[in-house]
Ligand binder design. Structure first.
Ligand code: ADP
Ligand code: ADP
Length: 236
């Protein structure tokens, strides 16, 4: 059974008198441990799909089953639990607090979480997440003392904090140069291989998409191709 299963998703935005069909009829199954790269030109509907998969937005019509559960039937509390525990989010802008250490940035979701963890337990969880992205030695560095690639790694560590089974990444390399982009993609690939995390990653760059085990292409709100990627790129 797929972790993510969407059928005939349609999303229409009303812009004044006009309607924009961001998704026209999208069906997609993602299985546990897959690394799906979603590629396509600007405006083709990738972010709209990602917001729906992340339960941040609802489709105009169509069905979304997450772990076999119909998302439209979840209560607000259940949706919030899905967003906080089951799914980790990574964005183009790193969304980190400045003048705050890497460790404190990673700990943040635990401060607002419902588990009442002790300071030392929060710190341990955050250090483990920083280690998973190879940044444990930089835990004291403030955001502005880190390179763009390191900042994105801190953001990935933060997304991992509650051990999500799914990572959703929207243009995570959009602010990075090409070498740094590939280093960050290497981390996503490791998370897939070593932890079996399911990844859906949006990009408009083919060399970034090549890190996925599967490449889904969007055009004008539709999936126009969906292929297994047998020659996965790896960073050396
Ligand atoms: P992509 O991520 O591939 O660039 P988007 O999903 O962001 O594409 O956008 C798909 C289409 O929907 C575009 O035409 C965009 O202008 C439109 N769109 C996206 N968000 C909104 C919104 N909140 N209101 C109106 N139109 C939107
Ligand atoms: P809660 O319901 O516990 O107040 P949310 O469900 O609003 O929290 O947020 C859960 C996660 O979803 C957070 O980690 C946040 O980063 C992300 N998130 C919430 N809203 C948005 C949004 N509009 N765009 C991007 N990410 C969001």
């Amino acid at each position: 059974e797929p972790v993510i299963s969407v059928r005939n998703l349609v999303k229409t935005y009303q812009l004044g008198e006009h309607q924009v069909q961001a998704l026209r009829s999208v069906s997609l199954d993602v299985h546990k441990g897959e690394f799906v790269s979603v590629i396509g030109p600007s405006g083709s509907g990738k972010s709209t799909l990602m917001h729906i998969l992340g339960c941040l937005d609802a489709p105009t019509s169509g069905q979304y089953l997450l772990d076999g559960k119909e998302v439209s039937k979840l209560s607000d509390d259940e949706l919030s639990a899905v967003r906080n525990k089951q799914i980790g989010f990574v964005f183009q802008g790193f969304n980190l607090l400045t003048r705050t250490s890497a460790l404190e940035n990673v700990e943040l979701p635990l401060l607002y979480g419902k588990e009442n963890l002790s300071a030392s337990e929060r710190r341990k969880r955050a250090m483990d997440a920083l280690a998973a992205v190879g940044l444990e030695s930089r835990w004291e560095h403030h955001t502005n003392q880190l390179s763009g690639g390191q900042q994105q790694r801190v953001a990935i560590a933060r997304a991992l904090l509650n051990n999500p089974s799914i990572l959703l990444a929207d243009e995570p390399t959009g602010n990075l140069d090409s070498k740094t982009s590939l280093e960050v993609m290497d981390i996503f690939q490791k998370l897939q291989r070593e932890r079996g995390i399911t990844i859906v990653l949006i990009t408009h760059e083919m060399d970034v998409a090549e890190y996925g085990s599967r490449i889904v292409s969007f055009k004008d709100g539709l999936i126009v191709s969906d292929v297994q990627n047998t020659q996965k790129a790896t960073y050396t």
